[in-house]
Design a protein around this ligand. Structure first.
Ligand code: ADP
Length: 777
């Protein structure tokens, strides 16, 4: 039904109604007619039977069949009459059915239950015959209902014909009617569809009549008018909007370009500022070192107390200036993005020990308590930039001590794993003091460069750079620093460094901060060095002899034990992995020997993992040093077992003379080349020199020497070639002590080169020539 057109639906509705009305009428009328006809027949036959019964009494009583037949004959005039019978009171036929050849009626009357009854196509009517008040028999009249059936048949034919005619007429009329009703609607639908497919709102429908469809057409047309008007408005608005958007986009782009230009300019300016500061600081630092060095030398030469006092002031100011310059250098490095962290396996406990050592003395001087609470489970191998971590903690703890005059300073360190990842850890530092505190409104400011608490009037000195550097360092180390403080009560600085990778290498911690090892001496002590690698043997031997130690050598455990029979050293340095008898076996034998067991044995091993340490300890070693051997760690370990002293400060000039190539002949090199040489030395090579630090990896030093030599060869600078060659030769001959000094002198070599360069540019400047390099210094 859903998919049919309105017209079809209309026709179906009309026809259904007509059909229903006609069929109902016909059926009701038919039933009524049949009933009337039947009643009429029954009444008629009953009255006839009454008459026949009355007329049959005498003939039956007197056995007059002829008379009885006459009565029956009179019935033939009735069209429906079928047959007639009279039975006596005993039920014996007096006048049997005449026309019923098959004896069907005689059988049927025996089964009748009522006086009037329809059986098949016949109506049976029975009456008693009464003679003079006495029952004497029955009369039976049978009427045919065939007339009734034919009448019904005729009625059905007539009704069917009528139905067909009416149905046809209704269908034609319905079609016409619904056509005229639906046509306007269909027209409207077609128009709407054209409008929507072509989006043409100028089309209108022509009104056909003034009835409801006419009104509908008018409304539809009005609606189209409104849509068209709206469309026009929207188009107009859109045109304006597009223009507006274009203008805005242009403005926005302009503003963006401007901002980008400004940002780039600011960035450039910022970088230029930082580079300038970095260069300046570097340039100031060099003469500053000379000022400090020479004033130190002067102190020793001058006896006059007044002059000495002035010199001390010069030195103190120089030191302050140097600290300030170092800070500026750091800050500008950070801000120009040049500071890159150097992640190496390190032991944080080492730094905690150093802090303990250094600030213990300071706090004792100030008569305040220094409390340290460190979670012992903090891994002893972390991948971190040790120098920068030290810088952060020294700054903050240093401040706490500086700004506290009574009470205590407390450093707590704890760790935290993030989730289930046990390969990384977060360190949480808390530095608490009972010092002067910081006013709430200044807490943000103190992290800005050169900002200090107002109203302190320079009482505590300082530059105001420490926290600025600290904050930036903490941030580049993926951490954050926060402060809470109460004026007059104290402050708590909290630092959280996240995502620190745990190193699989365990790194030894030194017991306390090391005194400068250049002045350390172990004069007269004897050490038995057991090592089967000749390079390592020579290296460690040089390090030991440099400090006045007498070194005995053995190439394996067996040889060591033989030597021990003759002479007892103060300490044994034992390589654990050797051909023949290894260090473990040798140590076990030493520790089992009553005479030898008290000699300390320090293991030298490349196996820095925890298991390796345990193995070494189980063998009976007293200490442990991991390879490559760091000289500071070596000396610190020795200090635990053998006597030492600190030598008077040495000016360094003697060793300098010995380890530097004597003559600096660079006059023939043009100033531009000199400037380039200085640049290479003070940047690339200096960086390399710094990154190698104290490591005694001989291959690296050969590479370093070769690189220096290559620079010398490029610019035909004999002095530089000699210096590189000097390093290479000392490595090859394993002159470790000389090598170390030569390498240590590297910054001085750079300074010397700079000096020569400045002289040469001055010379040229004096001759009236312009050289851009002279500006950079
Ligand atoms: P400096 O210590 O050289 O002045 P910092 O950047 O380290 O520079 O500190 C900036 C300022 O923050 C200090 O001058 C001081 O006023 C304030 N400050 C820092 N730490 C503390 C502290 N623990 N207690 C009180 N004031 C502090």
């Amino acid at each position: 039904m859903h998919g049919l057109s309105i017209k079809t639906k209309n026709i179906i509705i009309i026809l259904s109604v007509v059909l229903f009305a006609i069929v109902t009428t016909i059926v009701i009328q038919g039933i009524k007619d049949i009933q009337t006809f039947r009643k009429h027949l029954v009444n008629k036959i009953q009255s006839v039977t009454e008459v026949v019964s009355a007329n049959s009494a005498v003939p039956l009583e007197f056995g007059d069949k002829k008379l009885a037949n006459q009565t029956a004959d009179s019935l033939n005039a009735i069209p429906e009459f079928a047959d007639f019978a009279i039975y006596d009171k005993a039920g014996i036929p007096f006048l049997p059915f005449k026309k019923d050849a098959t004896n069907h009626f005689a059988k049927t009357i025996k089964q009748l239950k009522k006086e009037t009854q329809l059986v098949g196509d016949y109506l049976f009517v029975t009456r008693k015959i009464i003679y003079e008040g006495e029952f004497s028999g029955f009369v039976y009249v049978v009427a045919s209902t065939e007339n009734l059936s034919s009448q019904i048949r005729n009625y059905i034919i007539f009704s069917g014909t009528l139905l067909l005619v009416v149905f046809l007429v209704a269908a034609i009329l319905g079609a016409w009617l619904s056509g005229s009703l639906t046509r306007p609607i269909l027209k409207l639908a077609d128009t709407a569809s054209i409008i929507s497919t072509n989006a043409d709102y100028s089309i209108r429908v022509d009104k056909l009549s003034n009835d409801e469809t006419g009104t509908l057409y008018d409304s539809f047309n009005r609606m189209l008018d409104q849509i068209a008007a709206r469309n026009r408005e929207i188009r107009k608005l859109n045109e304006g909007l597009e223009e507006k958007v274009q203008i805005r986009t242009r403005d926005l782009q302009k503003a963006k370009d401007q901002a980008e230009r400004a940002r780039r300019a600011a960035e450039l300016a910022d970088r230029a500022k930082s580079t300038f500061l970095a260069n300046m600081s570097h340039e100031i630092r060099t003469p500053m070192n000379a000022i400090l060095g020479y004033s130190r030398l002067l102190t020793k030469l001058i006896a006059d107390p007044k002059q000495n006092e002035y010199l001390e002031i010069v030195q103190a100011s120089g030191r302050n200036l140097l600290a300030l310059i170092n800070d500026i250098l750091d800050l500008s490095k950070i801000e120009s993005g040049k500071l890159s962290l150097v992640y190496k396996p390190m032991n944080p406990h080492q730094i905690f020990n150093e802090i303990k050592g250094i600030f213990k003395i300071k706090t004792e001087e100030k008569n305040i308590d220094f409390i340290i609470d460190i979670d012992e489970d903090i891994p002893s191998g972390l991948l971190m930039d040790e120098t920068r971590l030290r810088q952060i903690l020294f700054n903050v703890v240093g401040n706490a001590v500086k700004f506290t005059d009574k009470g205590f300073v407390k450093l707590s360190v704890s760790k935290k794993f993030s989730g289930r990842d046990t390969s990384r850890v977060a360190l949480i530092f808390k530095i608490e003091d009972t010092g002067i505190g910081i006013p709430m409104e200044q807490i943000e400011d103190i992290f800005q460069a050169f900002e200090q608490q107002k109203d302190l009037g320079g009482k505590y000195g300082g530059t105001g750079l420490g926290l600025a550097i600290t904050k930036r360092l903490v941030e580049i180390m993926n951490g954050r620093i926060t402060v809470t403080s109460d004026v007059g009560k104290g402050s708590v600085f909290s630092i959280e460094l996240n995502d620190i990778e745990i190193s699989s290498f365990h790194v030894d911690a030194l017991p306390t901060a090391l005194p400068p090892t250049d002045r350390l001496r172990f004069d007269g002590s004897t050490i038995l060095l057991v090592e089967d690698n000749l390079y390592n043997l020579k290296l460690v031997q040089a390090l030991l002899e440099d400090k006045g130690i007498i070194v005995e050598q053995a190439l394996n455990g067996k040889e060591a034990l033989q030597k021990l029979k003759k002479k007892h050293p103060d300490l044994i340095l034992m390589d654990m992995k050797m051909y023949g008898m290894d260090g473990y076996q040798a140590t076990r034998l030493i520790k089992a020997d009553e005479e030898l067991k008290d000699i300390p044995v320090i293991a030298l091993t490349a196996d820095a993992m925890k298991d390796g340490r345990k193995k070494v300890k189980d063998a009976g070693c007293n200490g442990f040093l991991s390879k490559p051997i760091d000289e500071n760690r070596l000396y610190a370990e020795l200090m635990k077992y053998i006597p030492y002293r600190m030598k008077e400060e040495d000016t360094g000039t003697e060793s300098q003379k010995k380890t530097m190539p004597k003559k600096i002949e660079l006059d023939h090199i043009p100033p531009e080349s000199l400037a380039e040489i200085v640049k290479i030395f003070s940047t690339q090579l200096m960086e390399e020199w710094r990154s190698m630090g104290n490591s005694m990896l001989l291959d690296e030093w050969v590479r370093f020497g070769t690189r220096i030599k290559a620079v010398g060869e490029k610019y035909n600078a004999g002095f530089i070639i000699d210096y590189g060659q000097h390093i290479i030769e000392n490595v090859e001959h394993l002159n470790i002590a000389v090598l170390r000094k030569t390498i240590k002198n590297f910054p001085e070599v750079v300074d010397t080169l700079k000096g020569v360069k400045n002289e040469s540019t001055d010379r040229i400047g004096n001759q009236g020539q312009y050289s851009s390099d002279s500006i950079g210094g």
